[in-house]
Ligand binder design. Structure first.
Ligand code: BG6
Length: 508
């Protein structure tokens, strides 16, 4: 990076978990790889009353947990760039104090006026902090760029998202806003673009003429862990579908961008969001499934019910599983159903995009042993873990007759990357320092995503005829979810039927 990238990175919510687990380790990893600008500093800000020294100590401890980048000397060197200022989020004086502190630190590090403000705080503060920063003049770009980074959720529904949009755009311009969707920072999510647009043989097939349906899964084996309080007000639809899964859908479905310019890519993503066929409220019951995990016993291990998790209401009807069927009304995808699902406490952690190709017009090999009449080729793009690509083919079983069986042709990303793969946060923080907005969600995308899901939110809230299915923790969610995928012998892809001991996926 050049000296024009010198800056101070301010993290609001610096005493929180994300700062320790992701943000500081990512900035440190960039530091170790010499990817930070020559002059930089990091300012932690939150309600806690750390001094610079105690903040440095806590962060040093946190960094030692990351074995691959742990190095005492470098950690000490890095810690010399860390500072801390306690803030009261609703007090103008605190923000003025913060501004002076930042100016002083900037002077001692030779940084100039560039600032990044990262909001790693509860979303309830997204309205307050940007306004307070602006009031203290910290949105003013006369002496250097000022950027604001916001973590999801961007709003709670369409109405609050529009409100947040107005509050933010009152004092900040779109170019200053960086909305983090950490899925976009994942190497293999970006690889979706490379797979699609650097291979001549996929593109001609990537449309309604050859693709029967598209399935996108993001399964987690963990439950809500320590985040019950947040999650119970959110649920799977808001927590995973509104952002990560719709972004994945857009990358799988978008038109080729004319270049790799951020706006060229983001324009194509937005077009997909704009083409989602709106849910009619009366069709929500038919095209969506929601579920919540209930207590179970898996491999002699008792699994808690969601309602017994810490911070969760004992009568909660928040969904921990969501599955949707919908269409993208455009030239490429007319009539092709998209199925997306996500859930907590499923058998394993796996995120994948599965392209199901149409079967042959006339299946010659009838009566074969494996009953593959309706089988079709599948392309599985694995986002995590064991990133890679799997193609399923029909092949002749050696011997007399024409018996067919499915075989796998696979590629593991780990075979290619002989180097450390950067984490999503590392990539996104680095891009925010460079000012590259390609992998950040734009205001209009966020609004469109809420607009698309609002009828589902409405119906799930008010329609008593839409059940909240219980599913035993450790299973693939409500059995009814299979009913969404219509068609003979069609179900979701179950990459792994049973809970694996290590949570590692079985087939790729
Ligand atoms: C977050 C959600 O955005 O993504 C969490 O709030 C979820 O509930 C997480 O667990 C999943 O991310 P990843 O990278 O582990 O797939």
């Amino acid at each position: 990076m050049t000296s024009s990238n010198n800056h101070i990175y301010t993290i609001f919510g610096a005493s929180g978990d994300l700062t320790k687990r992701k943000l500081i380790p990512s900035i440190y990893a960039l530091f170790v790889q010499n990817m930070l600008p020559e002059n930089f500093a990091v300012m932690g800000a939150s309600r806690s009353s750390y001094s610079d020294g105690s903040f440095r100590n806590v962060m040093k401890e946190a960094l030692k947990e990351f074995k691959d980048i742990d190095n005492d000397e470098l950690i000490d060197d890095f810690a010399g760039h860390l500072y801390y200022t306690p803030v009261s989020f609703d007090e103008t004086a605190t923000f003025e104090g913060l501004k002076h502190r930042l100016d002083a630190v900037a002077k001692s590090h030779g940084v100039g006026g560039n600032r990044i403000f990262y909001l790693s705080t509860p979303p309830s503060l997204y309205n307050t902090i940007p306004q307070m920063l602006a009031k203290a003049g910290m949105n003013n770009q006369n002496d250097g760029w000022k950027r604001l980074i916001i973590e999801k959720p961007f709003g709670f529904d369409l109405e609050s998202a529009l409100e947040l949009k107005n509050v933010l755009l009152k004092d900040w311009n779109e170019n200053q806003l960086f909305r983090i969707d950490h899925y976009l920072g994942k190497e293999t999510v970006q690889n979706l673009l490379v797979t699609r647009f650097s291979n001549g043989f996929f593109e001609p097939l990537w449309n309604r003429n050859f693709i029967d349906h598209v399935e996108i899964t993001s399964a987690e084996s963990l439950g809500v862990e320590t985040r019950g309080g947040y999650y119970d007000k959110s649920g799977a639809l808001r927590d995973m579908v509104q952002n990560h899964l719709l972004q994945l859908t857009a990358l799988a479905a978008m038109e080729p961008p004319s270049s790799l310019e951020p706006d060229a890519i983001r324009n194509e993503i937005l077009k997909v969001f704009q083409s989602f066929r709106p849910f009619k409220e009366e069709e929500v019951a038919k095209n969506t499934i929601r579920g919540q995990y209930v207590a179970s016993n898996v491999k002699q291990k008792a699994q808690k019910a969601y309602r017994d998790e810490k911070g969760v209401d004992s009568g909660s009807d928040t969904e921990t599983y969501a599955a949707l069927k919908f269409y993208i009304d455009n030239w490429r995808w007319g009539g092709v159903p998209f199925y997306i699902r996500t859930g907590k406490k499923l058998p394993t952690r796996v995120t994948e995009v599965v392209i199901h190709f149409k079967s042959t017009p006339h299946f010659l090999f009838t009566g074969n042993k494996n009953n593959l009449e309706n089988s079709c080729n599948q392309l599985v793009i694995r986002i995590q873990p064991d990133e890679g690509i799997l193609m399923k083919f029909g092949m002749k079983i050696p011997g007399s007759g024409f018996d067919v069986q499915n075989v796998n042709m696979d590629f593991h990303y780990s075979d290619l990357a002989h180097q450390r793969i950067p984490t999503a946060y590392e990539r996104l923080i680095y891009d925010s320092m460079k000012g590259d907005k390609t992998l950040f969600a734009r205001t209009e995308e966020v609004i469109q995503a809420w607009r698309f899901l609002q009828p589902v939110l409405n119906q799930w809230k008010t329609n008593e005829n839409i059940p909240l299915h219980g599913y035993p923790a450790g299973t693939w969610g409500p059995e009814h979810a299979d009913d969404l995928i219509a068609g003979e012998n069609m179900t979701w892809r179950y990459p792994c039927k049973n809970l694996t001991d290590d949570g590692i996926y079985c087939e790729l």
